[in-house]
Design a protein around this ligand. Structure first.
Ligand code: NAD
Length: 421
């Protein structure tokens, strides 16, 4: 791949474009399809006025990018963060297109975001912001058009507000407009843990490939939010040894394995993992380059870069987060023969369970958790095998293989539909 500046390296849109171009070239993708798929199909910017608790009016900027609707309604989360950018949302939207295609579910890709630090807003300010954002997007979203879900700093409550606002405008309850809702208003059993469960399933498959067992596999996880904490809990229960956890404000290390139940209890009580007495404090940046078998970045983008990739000691990286590894770092990891399970496969458990939620909402019939977990297990194991087979057949790394598989599926749909004519 070409040499890039650090700024370019850290731009998520450029990062996805670098992988897309490489994979498209390997596939000999026609020029027209290349043009279609390298550009989002729709980008919406909204400016959202909110009456704050102290009587002031603030105006927040929000985005919704629909990258592709070729294979079905656009699908993707909504994140609240002070450093959201349009390029980041574009990248995340296109990753959703590729992710849904990798697991072969009938969705396109989208992503939304609002530039806001949610910690600085009261609950009622957050509710007003969410409802107004939803109202601004009303004609562009819907169960057959674009289905949102939680992402960083949004949760089941955010989805309940979005669902209610959309339903008020439609004059009827429309549960399938968002996924990741509370179970009692149309959410799916098993959705909350699904991304973490998916991370475990693909790690299990990697262990099988390398003849390793769970009990002697040491894991370090970055991020102890929805993805990281659920992966930690499920994997610890399954016998894996979680030796390190890194959060933005501190980390924990224990060579014999951290007791995750105790840590979850501590975090719920203290709202932080820092100070947990069952492990030693550790530098969160150091944890990324500490000796382990599997490193699971499950926090945010751009944490494995040209600056630290050479020092990584993990044999396997399983990307719970979206875009944690830059394209430049990919090359370094490939030289070191690190087995990377790329984000568009590793964290696809979330969108797969979201697909189940959408199906259940439309059926009006709700599955048991056992059925959800079995279906998830089946889809992720198949997808892992598809990606690894593609990598071996085309002599490319897993990430490029996943992109090639996804681009191939989306391109095939567009050719058959003929929507470029
Ligand atoms: P979250 O907000 O629940 O958790 C993120 C955690 O990471 C928080 O605890 C936060 O404090 C921590 N964190 C943030 N920056 C950090 C840093 N630089 N170093 C260490 N810790 C840091 O979010 P989430 O839903 O768990 O999402 C995490 C990642 O997984 C995101 O990239 C998201 O897009 C991706 N993802 C989430 C889902 C899902 O179902 N929630 C599905 C697919 C992908």
């Amino acid at each position: 791949m070409k040499t890039v500046s650090l700024e370019q390296e850290l731009n998520p849109w450029e990062a996805q474009a670098a992988r897309f171009d490489f994979a498209a070239q390997k596939l000999n993708l026609e020029e027209g399809l290349w043009k279609i798929l390298s550009t989002p199909s729709r980008e919406i910017i909204v400016h959202i006025p909110v009456g704050m608790d102290d009587g002031r009016i603030e105006v927040f900027t929000g985005f919704r990018v629909q990258h592709s609707i070729a294979r079905g309604p656009a699908k993707g989360g909504v994140r609240y963060s002070p450093d959201v950018t349009l390029d980041e949302i574009r990248a995340l939207a296109s990753w959703m297109t590729w992710k849904c295609a990798v697991v072969n579910i009938p969705f396109g890709g989208a992503k939304g975001g609002i530039i806001v630090d949610p910690k600085k807003l009261s609950n009622s300010e957050l509710e007003k912001l969410t409802r107004r954002y939803t109202a601004e997007l009303i004609e562009f979203i819907g169960p057959e058009k674009d289905v949102a879900a939680p992402d960083m700093n949004t949760n089941e409550q955010t989805m309940a507000w979005m669902m209610d606002t959309y339903s008020m405008h439609m004059r009827q309850t429309v549960t399938a407009v968002v996924t990741g809702k509370p179970i009692n208003i149309g959410g799916s059993r098993g959705r909350r843990e699904a991304t973490g469960r998916g991370v475990m399933i693909v790690c299990d498959e990697a262990l099988k490939k390398f003849g390793m067992d769970r009990e002697s596999t040491k894991i370090i996880i970055q991020g102890f939010g929805n993805v990281g904490s659920n992966a930690a809990k499920l994997m610890a229960d399954a016998g894996y040894k979680i030796i390190g956890i890194a959060e933005y404000n501190g980390g924990l290390y224990r060579a014999n394995g951290i007791n995750i139940d105790d840590l979850l209890e501590y975090r719920d009580r203290n709202k932080t993992i820092v100070g947990f007495p069952g492990a030693d404090p550790a530098d969160p940046k150091e944890l990324l380059v500490t000796e382990c078998d599997i490193l699971i970045p499950a926090a945010t983008e751009n944490v494995i870069t040209s600056q630290n990739a050479a020092q990584i000691k993990a044999k396997i990286i399983c990307e719970g987060a979206n875009g944690p590894t830059t394209a430049t770092a990919d090359d370094i990891l490939a030289d070191k023969r690190v087995f990377v399970i790329p984000d568009i496969l590793a964290n696809a458990g979330g969108v797969t369970a979201s697909y189940f939620e959408w199906v259940q909402d439309r059926q009006g019939y709700f599955w048991t958790e056992k059925v959800v977990n079995e279906q998830l297990d089946f889809i992720l194991r198949e997808s892992f095998a598809d990606v690894v087979r593609f990598a071996e057949t085309h002599s490319v790394n897993n990430r490029i293989a996943a992109y090639m598989l996804a681009i191939n599926r989306v391109a095939h749909t567009i050719r058959v539909r003929g929507i470029y004519a």
